[in-house]
Design a protein around this ligand. Sequence first.
Ligand SMILES: Cc1cc2nc3c(=O)[nH]c(=O)nc-3n(C[C@H](O)[C@H](O)[C@H](O)COP(=O)(O)OP(=O)(O)OC[C@H]3O[C@@H](n4cnc5c(N)ncnc54)[C@H](O)[C@@H]3O)c2cc1C
Length: 406
Amino acid sequence: MDKEFVVNDVHQTCHIIVVGAGIGGLTLALGLAKQGHQVRIFEQTKTLSEVGAGLQLSANSMKVMRSLGIDNALKTHHFAPQNACIRDYRSGRYYLKSALGKTAQTRYGAPYWHVHRADLHSILVQQCYANGVEIELNHRVMGYRNTKQNVTVLLEGKTEQADLLIGADGIHSKVRELMLGIEAPFFTGQVAWRGTVRADDIKHINVKPDATVWAGPNQHLVTYYLRGGELVNFVAVEERAEWLQESWRTEGNVNELQQKFAGWHPEVTEVLAACDKTFLWALNGRPTLTRWSDQRVVLLGDACHPMLPFMAQGASMAIEDAYVLAQLLTKYHYSDAYQKYEALRKPRTTQIQQMSRDNASLYHMHGGLAGQLKLNALSLVSRYAKGIVDSKLDQVYGYDVTSLPL
Ligand SMILES: Cc1cc2nc3c(=O)[nH]c(=O)nc-3n(C[C@H](O)[C@H](O)[C@H](O)COP(=O)(O)OP(=O)(O)OC[C@H]3O[C@@H](n4cnc5c(N)ncnc54)[C@H](O)[C@@H]3O)c2cc1C
């Protein structure tokens, strides 16, 4: 066992490099810094700019935000949806209406909030700086080499050393590629458009204060408020045979988007009519990885378990990962910590990946009439056997990673 790591529960700090200043990398860096580790993040982008749109921070990830002491900072920017709903794309009929709002707090032990990714990102960045994390922008990680004493990280133009290296570098993870070989992510046959509109511009249609999935044939669209109700966020998903290069910054054609959803319920068409800018990206996946670590190097978040956004759990899973890894690295030698981390997180993230895939078929009414019948059955179950729906949601939102005996 290396000298610099934990012996008999004595906490020793180490020098850790995190690749990627996304939600996962920043949450991890903050958690590690709070435990006394020396943390440096290398991020490939030149600036930490305002990118992205809405993210759902469900009760399970809000428990981590609370344990890191940033729930209050988020409060200024959040919107708490009253219900999680699935509605018919044309009639607006409810197939599911499950209470959130105050119920989330009492049932799941923490609130369920919507936040703008840029707000969450900037709070995490501020907190990282306040806790001594160094963030080096415009630094792309190109390679790594494990040695007995440390890990050497290769960046464009320089090398750095650390005790440990953590790849939180997203679905196109370079660290994953170096660890497991080149394997392009596969296209799931779906693309997503996202954007926000000012709530004041669509006052006349009275968008409900819910997280609403509008389910339709081979397409669906999600609407919810952000920033205390100032913005309405949408994510529109459609099935396509063609492959698109995945980027979070590819601008989409607003007219094309409006046409795709023409004839849908007015809450959908009016939101899209008010939109003047949209971004489009391909939804990609990866087969389950054979392992998540290689000696001193480990993966986190989308780098090891990207998922379709149909459970709205991508950010929450990266946040849960970050909590677990920061705690384990403080208690155990890194090789035990990595082993325990993968053993705990793989089943959980695999289950959520599967639930997300299942929702794709439900939201898109796959199977024509059979798909419609499935939604009707859900409607009956949610009305007359609510316990079945609740128990499924309890597994996701009721999970409390901060109270696990790690
Ligand atoms: C720009 C952006 C906008 C997004 N917008 C939304 C949104 O609107 N709604 C939503 O639900 N989700 C959005 N997401 C996705 C969501 O944040 C993630 O799916 C989820 O939070 C898991 O995050 P992650 O930290 O694992 O990966 P990511 O959020 O993808 O972060 C990975 C980070 O690693 C950096 N990186 C990658 N390769 C390297 C390298 N070789 N060297 C150094 N740095 C590297 C990337 O630039 C990025 O900052 C967005 C992600 C990004 C990157």
